[in-house]
Design a protein. Sequence first.
Length: 327
Amino acid sequence: MTARQATDHHTRTRRRSRWAQARRVLGIVFVALVVVLVVRKLAEVEWAEVWVTLQEYDYRTLTPAALLVVLSYFWHSAFDLLGRWYARHRLSSPRVLVIAFVSYAFNLNLGALVGGLGIRYRLYSGAGLSGAQIASVYTIGVVSNWIGYLALLGAVLAARTVVLPPEWGLNATLLQIAGFALLAAVAAYLVACARARRRRWTVRGHAFHLPPLRFAVMQCALSITNWLTISAIIQTLLPSSVPLLVVLGVVLIGSIAGAVAHIPAGLGVLETVFVVLLGDRVPHHALLAALLAYRAMYYLLPMLPAVVGYFLLEARGRRASTVEPTA
C-alpha cells in the first residue's frame, strides 16, 4: 500500500467513524423525543377510567379476541413452514410450528436478537439444522413479514385510509405517492420471482435464491392475513365501531414508529400513535384499555406455553444427542 492509498484509507475510515457517531447521536435524540411525546400523551390519560374499562371486558369480547390471537400465532409460525421448503430441511410440520411459536413469543417480549435469532438458532441447531439452513429459515420469515407489511402500508397510504395530523408535517399527496411506490416495490418482487433469469444473488457474502412466484404469493398472503388478524384483535377489544381498515392503518404506522424508535415491543409508541390518530373517534381511556388488553393477550399470556415449549424442546434435543448409535 502506497502512502497516498494509506492516507485515503485513513480518511475514509474517519468519515465512516464520524457518520456512525452522528447516527448514534441522532438515534438517541430521536428516542428521547419519542419518550417525551409518549410521556406527555400518557400523562393526559385518566388511568382510573382505563382500569374501569378493563374490568368491563367479558367473555363475549375476550373469547373472539383470544381465538384471533391463536390464529395470528399460527399464521406467523407458518412462515417457518415456508422456510422449511426454502432451506430444504425435513423437520416435521408440528415441530417446525412449535419452534416458530416459541421463537415468536420470545421475539415479541425480549426482542429480535433473543427470540428471532437466539432462541430460533438454539432450537433449530438442536434439531440438527445447519447454520446456513437456520439463516435461510430466518430470512424467509423476515422477508415474508415485511413483504405483506409493505403491500398493506402501500394500500393504506395510496387510499388515504388514515388521515395524519397536520402537526406531523407530512404532505398527504407525497404519502399517497409513497404508497404507490411501496405497491410497485412489492409488484416488482413478484415479477422478479416470476420472470427473473438470474435466480441467485450474493449480498455481503450471503447467497440468496429468488423463490418461484407461487412461493412469493404465499409469502404475501400469509403476511397480509396475519396483519389483518392482529388488527382484528384490537378492533374486537375497542368499545366503539372503528372500521378494520382504519385500525389496520394505525397498527401499521404504529409498528414502523416502534421499530424506528428502537423501543422494546414499541411499548408506549403504539399507544401514543393510537391516541393521536383515533383519539377523536374513541375516548383515550378506551383506546388504552384495548391496547393493554391486547398486549396482555398477545405478548404476555403466550409466554407461559412458550417457556414450557422451550424447555420441552431443549430436553428432547438433549435426549437425542445422548443416544448412542448401535452396531
